[in-house]
Design a protein around this ligand. Structure first.
Ligand SMILES: *Cc1c(COP(=O)(O)O)cnc(C)c1O
Length: 467
C-alpha cells in the first residue's frame, strides 16, 4: 500500500481535483447535519478487510459525508465562532500534510518552526510583548488556556517558600470561557468568580474588591487571574489594564484568553480595547477563528518562555538527546543559547505536533499583514453596520452595542421556541446558520462575524427572515 503507481496518480488527481473545486466555491454550500443511521445507510460499509478503493472512498466523502458537515466558512454561517481561512492558507495545509514534518523539536522541524515563530512574533508584537517572549501553536484555545495555567501554577510552586496551599486557586470573571473552567477541573484547582460590570466585563476594581475578601485559604492558594480579550458570547473585552494592575499588586500570573477576540489587535479601530494585554504573562489567540487560518491553530504566547520550558519539557530516555547539553542533537537553546528557539513541544502540554502554524504563516507571508488588518476591519465594520440594520427593523432590538464582531439581537415578541424554530428552518433551507444563545437567561440571537465575505446584505437577509 506504500507505493506511487498509476492508480495512486489517478487518486492524486481526483483528490487534488476535489480540493481545488472546494477552494474555488464562493460560497460553498452551507450543507447540513444528518443522523448516523442515515449516513450509515447512504455510505454503506467503508472499512473492510480488502478496502473499497480510494476513488470509491472519495466518492462517498464527496457525495455523502462532506454534505453532512456544515461549511464553517459559509458567509452566512454565523453560529458559535465560525472560520474563514484564506485560499492560500487552505492550499498550504495540503503542503503541510504532504511533508511529514514533526513540529515538536528544533532538530526535526527547524525550518518549519522558524516560520511558525515568525507568525508568533507578529502576534507577540501586536500585543506589545517583549523581544524575549515566545510560544507555540497548539490545537485550540482550550489547550492554550490549560498549558498557560499549568505554567502559572508550576511557576508559583517553584517560587513558593512555605508549605503547599490547601487548594490552588485562580480568579476569573463569571463570563470566562468554559474551557477555563475545564482547565481548572483538569488541574484540580478552584475558581473564584469575580462579579462583572453591567456590560459583562471583568474590571480591575471588581477584581481588587473580590480579592480583598478572599478567605485565608483562597488567598494562600491564589496563583493566577484569567481575563478575556473578547468574550465568546457577546464579544466584550475585559479591563485588561485594570486587571494587570491588580495582578502586579498581588504578584499573580496574568493570563489573557483572547482566543476569539485577539485578532482585533491588528485592527486600529479596536486595538485600544486591549490596552494592558502587553502586561500579561501569557495569552492565547486562535488564528482558526478570526485570523483566516484552517483548523486547528491556536497561538499560545508567554512573556517568559523559560517558565513554560521549566514546566512542560518531557523527560524520557529516548527524548533526552533533545535536551541534554552534552549531545550533538540538542538544540542551540538546550545547549545554553537562549537567543535560539526552544523545542515547541516543551512549551505546552503536548509532544508530537503537526506544524499547524504553517498554513497561517504561509497566508501571512503571501498577503502581508496589512491585508490582515483590512480583513479584520471589514468584519468589524460589518458588525457595526448591523446596528443600523437592526434600528431600521421595528421588530428587532440590539441587546448590547457590539465591541468586536459579535452582534446580539432580540426579536420582540418571540419566545425561546420561536428562536429555535426560526434557526432550524434557516439551516434546513440552506440559507444561514444562526444558533440562538442566552444572555441573563433570555434567549436571543447571536451573530459572530469573522468572515470578510459576510456582507450587510447577508445580515439583512437574516434579519428580514425574522419579520
Ligand atoms: C473559542 C474559545 C476558546 C476555546 O478555544 P478552542 O480553540 O475551541 O479550544 C477559549 N476561549 C475563548 C474566549 C474562546 O472564544
Amino acid at each position: 500500500m506504500h507505493r506511487y503507481d498509476e492508480a495512486t496518480d489517478e487518486l492524486a488527481r481526483a483528490v487534488f481535483g476535489y480540493a481545488l473545486d472546494r477552494v474555488r466555491m464562493d460560497p460553498p454550500p452551507l450543507d447540513g447535519t444528518r443522523s448516523d443511521r442515515e449516513l450509515a445507510a447512504a455510505a454503506g460499509p467503508t472499512v473492510t478487510p480488502h478496502g473499497i478503493g480510494g476513488l470509491a472512498a472519495l466518492r462517498i466523502f464527496t457525495d455523502v459525508l462532506a454534505p453532512a458537515t456544515l461549511s464553517q466558512d459559509h458567509p452566512r454561517n454565523l453560529s458559535f465562532v465560525p472560520t474563514a481561512p484564506t485560499e492560500a492558507a487552505v492550499l498550504f495545509d495540503l503542503v503541510v500534510g504532504a511533508s511529514s514534518i514533526f513540529g515538536g523539536s528544533w532538530l526535526e522541524g527547524a525550518g518549519a518552526v522558524h516560520a511558525e515563530n515568525e507568525a508568533l512574533r507578529w502576534l507577540a508584537d501586536l500585543a506589545g510583548f517583549p523581544a524575549r517572549s515566545g510560544g507555540t501553536f497548539v490545537s485550540g484555545g482550550s489547550a492554550g488556556n490549560l498549558s498557560g495555567l499549568v505554567t502559572a501554577r508550576h511557576t508559583a510552586r517553584r517560587l513558593r517558600a512555605g508549605p503547599a496551599p490547601q487548594r490552588w486557586t485562580i480568579a476569573a470573571s463569571g463570563g470566562v470561557h468554559s474551557s477555563v473552567r475545564a482547565a481548572a477541573l483538569v488541574m484540580d484547582v478552584d475558581v473564584v468568580a469575580v462579579p462583572v460590570d453591567e456590560r459583562g466585563r471583568l474590571t480591575g476594581a471588581a477584581l481588587g474588591a473580590r480579592l480583598d475578601v478572599l478567605s485565608p485559604d483562597e488567598r494562600d492558594g491564589l496563583f493566577a487571574v484569567v481575563a478575556t480579550g473578547g468574550t465568546t458570547n457577546v464579544g466584550v473585552v475585559d479591563d485588561l489594564a485594570g486587571v494587570a494592575e491588580v495582578c502586579g499588586e498581588w504578584g499573580l500570573w496574568f493570563h489573557v484568553d483572547a482566543a476569539y477576540g485577539g485578532a482585533a489587535l491588528v485592527a486600529p479601530s479596536a486595538r485600544w480595547r486591549f490596552a494592558g494585554i502587553e502586561r500579561a504573562d501569557s495569552f492565547v489567540i486562535d488564528p482558526h477563528k478570526w485570523l483566516f487560518a484552517p483548523y486547528d491553530c491556536a497561538a499560545l504566547l508567554y512573556r517568559n518562555p523559560e517558565l513554560a520550558l521549566a514546566t512542560h519539557t518531557q523527560h524520557a530516555e529516548y527524548l533526552d538527546v533533545l535536551h541534554d547539553g552534552q549531545d550533538g542533537h540538542a538544540s542551540a537553546h538546550a545547549r545554553g543559547d537562549p537567543s535560539e528557539p526552544p523545542n515547541p513541544s516543551d512549551l505546552a502540554f503536548h509532544l508530537t505536533r503537526r506544524v499547524r502554524g504553517l498554513p497561517f504563516w504561509f497566508s501571512l507571508a503571501t498577503h502581508g499583514t496589512d491585508a490582515y488588518r483590512d480583513a479584520v476591519e471589514t468584519t468589524l465594520a460589518t458588525a457595526r453596520g448591523a446596528v443600523r440594520l437592526v434600528d431600521r427593523r421595528p421588530y428587532l432590538e440590539l441587546v448590547i452595542e457590539p465591541e468586536l464582531s459579535v452582534v446580539v439581537v432580540r426579536r420582540l415578541g418571540w419566545a425561546p421556541s420561536d428562536y429555535h424554530e426560526w434557526s432550524r428552518s434557516l439551516l434546513a433551507r440552506g440559507i444561514a446558520f444562526c444558533a440562538p444563545t442566552t444572555l441573563h437567561g433570555e434567549t436571543v440571537i447571536r451573530l459572530c462575524i469573522v468572515n470578510p465575505r459576510t456582507t450587510p446584505d447577508d445580515l439583512a437577509l437574516i434579519f428580514d427572515s425574522m419579520a
